[in-house]
Structure formats: C-alpha cells, structure tokens
Design a binder for this molecule. Sequence first.
Ligand SMILES: [Fe+2]
Ligand SMILES: [Fe+2]
Length: 342
Amino acid sequence: MNIIVAEDEAITLKRTQYFLEKWGHRVITAQNGLEALEEFLSSEVDLIITDWMMPEMDGMELVRHIRGKGSEISFVYIILLTSREEKKDIVNALGSGVDDYIVKPFDPAELQARVNVGERMVRLERSLKEYGSGLEKIVRRQTSVIRQTQEETIIRLLSALEMRDKETGGHVRRMALFSALLAEAAGWPAQRVSDLRLAAPMHDIGKIGIPDIILRKKGQLTEEEFEVIKSHTTIGGEILKDSKFSMLQMAYEITLFHHERWDGKGYPHNLAGEEIPEVARIVALVDVFDALSNDRFYRKAAPEEEVLKTMNEGRGTQFDPCFFDLFIDMVPKFKEIAKEIV
Ligand SMILES: [Fe+2]
Ligand SMILES: [Fe+2]
C-alpha cells in the first residue's frame, strides 16, 4: 500500500516508517498535517497514519480536509496516532472520520494488525464503488437498448400502415424527429421529449380502420366520405386509450386531437386553444408541414415558400401561435433532416 505517515516527533516517525517499509509498504513521510495534505493531493494514497497534535495543521484538521472531499476521491483509510487515552477524545475522533486509532508508544504487532485491517477495508470500499458504477453503466446501456428497440418497432409497424395509403415512407420517421425538436426548443424535459419522439409517429394509427376505397380515393371526397376519414382520430383513440404508460398516454392524446384547431373548428371534439393538449398542437404543426412538403398520391409537394405561406395563414386560427413561431425558427433544421429521411 501507499501510506502517508504524518508525525512531528522524529523518532516515532522513523520507527513507524521502518516497520511499514519492512512489511512491504511504500511510505511518504510528513512533519505536519499541511505537508501530509499536500502529499495526499498529489499522489495515490491508500492509508494515512497521522499524529493528532502537530504544528501547522493537526491530525483532526487533516482528517476534516480529506473527508470533506467526499466521493470525488477514492476511499482512504485513516489511523490516528495518539497519546491521548481519554475515551471521550477517541470517540470524538472516530465520529469525525477517523477509521481507527493507536495509542503511543505502540507495539509493532498492533500497528501491523491495524494496518492489515485498513488494507482489507480499502480493498472492499474500492471494489464496492467499482461494482456500483459498473451496474450503473449496465442499466444505462440496457435502458437505451430498450428505448431504441421500442422506437424501431413502432416505426417499422407504422411504415407498414403507411404503405396502404401510399404516404411517403419517411413521414413517420420525420414526424418523430420534427416533433421532438420542436418540444426540445419549447424547453420540455428530456423524458417528455423522448416520449414524444416515440408517440408522434402514431398520430394516424386510426387509419387502419378506414376502408381502402375511401383512404385511397384520388378524386374529391364526398361529405360522407370525409366524415369517415375524420374518424381515424377516434379509431386511433380507441386503440390507444387507457394505457398506464406515459408514452402511450401521450400517443393517445396526439392521435385523438391532432386535427383539432386553435380556433375550435377542428375535429373530432372542437376543442379550442389550450384545451387542446400541447402534444397535439405540436404534432398538428409538423404533420401539416411534412404533408404539404411531400408528394401525396392525390397531389404533388408544394415548394417551401408556398408551404410556409399557407401555414402562416393558419397562425392563431389553425395553429397555436406560440408553437407556430417556434416552429418557424426550426424550419431550417427540419429541412436538413428531410434531406436525410426520404
Ligand atoms: Fe391525421
Ligand atoms: Fe401524418
């Protein structure tokens, strides 16, 4: 072990050093607490044997400094050398971060036995710490794998659904990223952003219940047919309702309310303003943006200016004006993403 011995009495210092080196330890000597502290801060130390009464900085103050570092340093075992035999003093010292004590003048066999206990404690404390941080790493890695698996599963299943109404395959992927970016810009906490990233792609999951003949109709929809299309919100709501998981509760709100409008003229429930859940307000924006910016089987993609002009007409009527302004700032980033995901 690397051991610091702090002692102002030359004979005791020499004697302690002599035995410790004889038992195979590497010894750093210090004449007072201050010197010991400097040595401690500049080298790897396993154990400190310190006298109590010393000039400059006494043993107890040295202990306070070292223990004050908390978990930023690796564990070090501290033995106090003392000529005080008063029980009260010793109990106080043990309560202030000292691990053990030896009364001077000491018997070498006692020193050896106490140093050996120290060595065992250092080994134990350190392996416990390593074990703890190893576990933390494993849990973090596993959590991220689960999250990625969820995301990929959701996106792959929804891409299958998209193939039916021939939307571009990248729509659900872009919805995940656009919505998450917008929520992040709005200052949402990381966990909610990550939930939204999984939940947003599900917005049109209810289209699974719409007959092909209506969903894939190329011409103008009749009023009845449009009513059927509108029901994809409530069908989606039925699919996702009553989950106990926050991500799926969010997906439920998005699915049911992503066609509501800020002015209350949307569907299915004519909610207005802040009655519409925030998640649905975000998804409504990025959904329209992505739909207009890409080809659909019934029309071609519009150029960016036209998309933004059309959407701007909906600021404060169709869309939440606050999220709309945030959204406009994010458009350059969305365009970058859209280049990658087609
Ligand atoms: Fe929709
Ligand atoms: Fe969509």
